[in-house]
Design a protein around this ligand. Structure first.
Ligand code: CA
Length: 237
């Protein structure tokens, strides 16, 4: 798949916003289709190949959150398609992340068309690299320099086994499940901590800090864990 041929589905009920988005995408060589309503978008996704969905949160029929939830339940590649939310208010971002909808990114209105296209490009590049680098075999899955072996609970970085605590392992494994997607502290905590965990251990930030130090020691040049201030963390592979 070349980036220029990628197909973006824009789901937005405000025509003026949709036209801006479509124009910005098409002038960069992307194929872009517009749906006014969530229901239409779900039908389109079942019938056509789509590489990325730009999804407005405030839609008059289903609403963006519900569309995303239903989309994730679709079988095959349609259920895995990356979703970038278009949000009108910053409070919506917390919901985008908090509901665990599997959003990959978000853009807050008003947005600059250039920023929006940059996000689309970054997300598509990431899908392309995941598609080419994820090799699953009996020894686990490769994501860029990371290799995870869920059976032995081991993660390798650049060929070296990382010596991780169970919390560090849980955090890194959760981030590796969806490279590039932002996970909130609560989401990370849900994956790594059981209800009986000592509250002193329930500090995601502390474990992220030690995890970063171990990645540095293993030879990571740029910090692969990105902090999204006030939101959470994402892993770049
Ligand atoms: Ca709207």
């Amino acid at each position: 798949m070349t980036e220029a041929a990628a197909h973006v589905l824009v789901v937005e009920d405000e025509t003026a916003i949709a036209e801006t988005v479509l124009y910005a995408l098409r002038s960069e060589g992307y194929a872009a289709t517009h749906c006014l309503l969530g229901g239409q978008a779900l039908q389109h996704l079942q019938a056509h190949r789509v590489d990325l969905v730009m999804l407005d949160v405030g839609l008059p029929d289903l609403g963006g959150f519900e569309v995303c939830r239903r989309l994730r339940a679709l079988p095959g590649p349609a259920g895995q398609v990356p979703v970038i939310f278009l949000t009108a208010r910053s409070e919506e971002i917390d919901r985008v992340l908090g509901l665990e909808l599997g959003a990959d990114d978000y853009v807050t209105k008003p947005f600059s068309p250039r920023e929006l296209v940059a996000r689309v490009r970054a997300r598509l590049r990431r899908s392309a690299s995941v598609a080419t680098t994820v090799v699953a075999d009996e020894k686990g899955q490769q994501h860029g320099a990371f290799r995870i072996d869920p059976e032995s609970h081991r993660i390798h970085y650049a060929g070296r086994v990382l010596d991780l605590t169970r919390y560090e392992y849980a955090l890194l494994a959760a981030l590796l499940q969806r490279p590039g997607a932002i996970l909130s502290r609560n989401q990370l905590m849900d994956r790594g901590w059981d209800a009986t965990s000592d509250s002193a251990d329930r500090t995601v930030d502390t474990h992220i800090k030690t995890l970063r130090a171990k990645l540095r020691a293993a030879g990571a040049q740029d910090d692969p864990i990105r902090t999204h201030r006030g939101l959470g963390y994402a892993l770049e592979v």
